[in-house]
Design a protein around this ligand. Structure first.
Ligand code: 0O2
Length: 208
């Protein structure tokens, strides 16, 4: 049987994960409404697909402990901003910034922006990362929940998924030239984004 302290710890961890899941639900609803609205009005839909995840308790504990922070729900709430994660995948780079602008306009405070599209990571990783504060209205009070939003194009997502898979499988040990090849692939993905955007712009002005 769990003692009262362990029981309390488990309950507070459950509360933490639940409220972050609600934060995801709130933002997902907004994103889905916009996507359907654009679709319905026959306008270009800036959202290709959306995924989300609540960070696993083991991963939360590992991150806190890596940073030398107390491993408990209060500390997680105070120090981690990626317990709730939403990934929005868009057809074009301009769509990424359109989603950012829509978020800005709809009473969700953006508390941090990391623009790895304007300034890609040294390995070639590109994406727009926002930390937003989402109000979650519970039955008797409202909580502001941090959600990490990663907004990227299909090409950026393809690269990130493959890179993650390759590095994960290899456990980080990669042959010579691997990093340079990955970076070149990221640049090719950026080139593809530019070509697709150009096609999109031309199709919008084309008659018929
Ligand atoms: P998971 O499983 O997605 O949660 P930190 O979050 O503090 O560890 P940092 O640098 O402050 O790190 O955060 P940053 O740069 O905003 O990126 C965090 C997340 O972005 C990662 O989460 C990945 O999802 C994604 N990401 C960042 N860099 C890369 C990269 O080089 N390749 C790929 N494939 N994804 C990347 P986690 O916590 O690593 O994993």
């Amino acid at each position: 049987d769990l003692g009262p302290e362990a029981f309390d710890f488990v309950r507070r961890t459950g509360d933490l994960l639940m409220v972050h899941k609600f934060g995801i639900d709130e933002i997902m609803t907004k994103l889905r409404i916009w996507s359907e609205e654009f679709d319905y009005s026959h306008e270009h839909d800036p959202i290709e697909h959306i995924t989300s995840r609540v960070k696993r308790p083991e991963a939360i504990a590992a991150k806190l402990s890596r940073r030398g922070l107390p491993v408990d729900p209060v500390s997680a709430r105070r120090h981690l901003t990626d317990i709730a994660g939403v990934r929005v995948v868009c057809p074009f780079v301009s769509d990424v910034y359109l989603i950012r602008d829509l978020i800005r306009q709809h009473e969700m405070e953006i508390v941090q922006t990391k623009d790895y599209i304007a300034a890609p990571k040294p390995n070639g990783y590109r994406s727009l990362h926002l930390i937003i504060k989402v109000p979650v209205h519970l039955s008797d009070h409202t909580e502001l929940v941090a959600v990490e939003l990663q907004i990227r194009t299909i090409a950026m997502d393809f690269w990130a998924a493959v890179e993650h898979e390759l590095l994960y499988k290899s456990g980080g040990a990669v042959p010579d030239g691997f990093a340079a090849e990955l970076k070149a692939a990221a640049e090719a993905a950026a080139g593809l984004d530019a070509r697709m955007s150009s096609l999109h712009e031309h199709s919008e002005v084309a008659p018929g």
